[in-house]
Write a protein that binds this ligand. Structure first.
Ligand code: G3D
Ligand code: MG
Length: 271
């Protein structure tokens, strides 16, 4: 298991009064303040979460940026957008024009400021909206067209708020997991390098270098491994022989653990 600490910047965007600040308040402290004071400037909230992936635990700290919704404040906004790794674009389902603005205004601004980053679309105020209205279908087709997940939320009741933020967090982490897998792939060694490592490792664990080398030589001959041009099947067979020797010199368990690790290296080796 590997542990990874991640800090990621997420920005909420959308027209004024669509509910950005209320959504953050709901997600971060899980309460809705009806007497919320209008946002003046940029506020950053943080939310910690833990995500588990195969062989990987990720401690993720989201830095959630709440930006002024007034379209006039373009300079403050582009400064706040810089470095954003994820975007939540919000529209108010009771005001169709604010849903439209997600595509025609907000995501364009994101595109020119930070390029393509993981993005989700939110239709907020589901508690008072007519869910059969134009706004919902507009958002649905926008999501399909742009390839972004959509959520209908209510900052007032809390409906779907956590699901929306969590979905974005998963998207952010997927990028990290993908690049980690790529790094692992790049680290793959050629079969000759793997054989070199295994011989070295066997000798080190065996203790007596001279004797260890004799065993290696014997097992490699038995399995007909050509050291200059090894092939995987022959090497895998030689590993069985090395494991038998280790069962005697070390313990059965250690021999088995070594065998499995070496088999994996050989199977994964390039060439
Ligand atoms: P903004 O940050 O996008 O500008 P706010 O929006 O979070 O300040 O919310 C604007 C108004 O909408 C606020 O009302 C807030 O209470 C209300 N609101 C936000 N989300 C919801 C929701 O999901 N359902 C309902 N019914 N109202 C919501 P006031 O009256 O305080 O200005
Ligand atoms: Mg606000």
């Amino acid at each position: 298991m590997e542990l990874k600490e991640l800090l990621m910047k997420v920005v909420l965007l959308g027209d004024g009064a669509v509910g950005k600040t209320s959504l953050i308040a709901r997600y971060v402290v899980n309460k809705f303040d009806d007497k919320y004071i209008a946002t003046i400037g940029t506020k950053v909230s943080k939310k910690d979460m833990q995500l588990t992936k195969p062989n990987l635990i990720i401690n993720l700290r989201l830095m959630i940026w709440d930006i002024l919704g007034q379209k006039e404040y373009a300079k403050i906004r582009s400064a706040s957008l810089s470095g954003a790794q994820g975007v939540i674009a919000v529209g108010d389902l009771t005001r169709p024009e604010t849903v439209q603005a997600i595509e025609t205004f907000w995501l364009r601004e994101v595109g020119s400021a930070v390029g393509k980053v993981p993005t989700i679309l939110i239709g907020n105020k589901a508690d008072i909206a007519d869910m059969t209205s134009m706004s919902t279908t507009t958002l649905e087709s926008m999501g399909q067209k742009l390839g972004c997940p959509i959520f209908f939320t209510s900052a007032k009741t809390g409906e779907n708020v956590e699901a929306a933020f969590d979905a974005l967090a998963q998207m952010l982490v997927e990028n990290v997991v993908a690049s980690r897998m790529k790094a692992e792939e790049d680290a793959l060694q050629s079969l000759a390098e793997v054989v070199d490592y295994i011989i070295q490792d066997f000798c080190a664990q065996y203790g007596d270098l001279e004797k260890a080398m004799l065993i290696v030589q014997h097992q490699f001959e038995e399995a007909e491994v050509d050291i200059r041009k090894p092939n995987k099947d022959a090497v895998l067979q030689a590993l069985e022989g090395l494991a038998k020797a280790e069962e005697l010199s070390l313990t059965k368990t250690v021999a088995l653990v070594n065998l499995e690790e070496r088999q994996k290296l050989v199977v994964l080796a390039k060439g």
